[in-house]
Ligand binder design. Sequence first.
Ligand code: PMV
Length: 331
Amino acid sequence: MSITGKATAVAHPNIALAKYWGKRPFGHNLPAVPSLSVTLAGLATRTTVAFDDALAEDELHLGGHPAAAGPTRRVSGLLDRVRAASGRTERARVTSDNDFPTAAGLASSASAFAALALAASTAAGLSTSPEGISDLARRTSVSAARSAFGGFVALRSGAPGDETLPATPVAPADHWPLRVIIAVTAEGPKDVGSSEGMKLTVDTSPYYAAWVTDAPSLEERVRAAVLARDFQALGSAAEASALRMHASAIAAAPGLLYWTGATVNVLSEVRRLRARGIPAFFTIDAGPHVKVFTVPEAEDEVTTALAAVPGVLRTLSATPGPGAHVVDPAV
Ligand code: PMV
C-alpha cells in the first residue's frame, strides 16, 4: 500500500434562511431558486481523504463503519471530478465523522460534501480557493456549496449555460451573533432524502411553479434583513421561506410531509414565545427537526422552553461559524 496524497478537512453544516428546493431542468445540479444561509459553529464534519495506488476501488467509512453503496457512489462521483482535474488515477480511502446526527434533516450532506471537496482537492494537490471548493461541492450537493464559506452565504439560482456556480459570502460570522437552537425531534435517517423529495415536488406539485416565482423576493428580503441586522424582518422572511418550501412539497403527489406532531408543537411554542415578546423564529429543512433562531440574551429562556415541548428529544446549540478549512497535519 502506498499513499500518494492525504489531507483532512473540517466543514460545518449551514441552515438556510432563504431556502433552496428544486433543481433547474438543464443538468449540472443547478438550483432553481436563490438561497441564503448561515454556516454554523458548534456542529462539524471531519473528513480525511487518502489517495492510495494499492486500492482497486474508493472506500468510504462513515462514523467508523463501512458505508453503503449509495453514499459511496456519491463520494466517488466527487472524487472522479478531482481525479479528472488533477490527472490522478488512484482510488481513495475516505473517512468521515460527524459530531451530530446524520441524514435526519440536520444538513449533514452540506458539511459532508464541503469537507470532502476540500480534503480531496488538497490531497490531490489542486488549488483550493473557496470558490473552487464551493463549486465542486455544489455539483454533488447544492447546499454544500454554501458550507465552503463561513458566516452568511448566498447561492444564486442556476442559469442556462452556467458552467460553474459557486456560493458567495454575504457577511462574516461575526457580523451578527445570532443563536441557533436545534430542537431534535427524531433519531435516525429521514424517510425521503432531499434529492428525491425535490424531484417529486418538481414533477408533481401544482404549487412548485408558485414557489419558484416567489422565492427570489424572499431571498432579497432575507439578504436585506441580514445586512441591516433586523431580527424581526429576518424572522418573517425566513419563516415564510420555510413554510412556502414545505407547502410546495406537501402539495406533491403523494404529499411530502417532513413534519411530525413534535415539529408542529415546536412551531406553536415559537409563536407563544414571540407573543410574550421573546425574539425567536423557526425554520425547517427536509426533516422533522426545527431550527430556532434567537438573540444571545434570550438563548437560555428559548432553550428551556424548547426542551420542554412534547416530542423534543434534546436541543443542540450553534452560532454563526467558519467555512471549510484544512486541518494540519492530516490524521
Ligand atoms: O442540497 P441538499 O440536498 O442538501 O438540499 C437541501 C435543501 C434544504 O436543506 C431543505 C434547503 C436548503 O437550502 O438548505
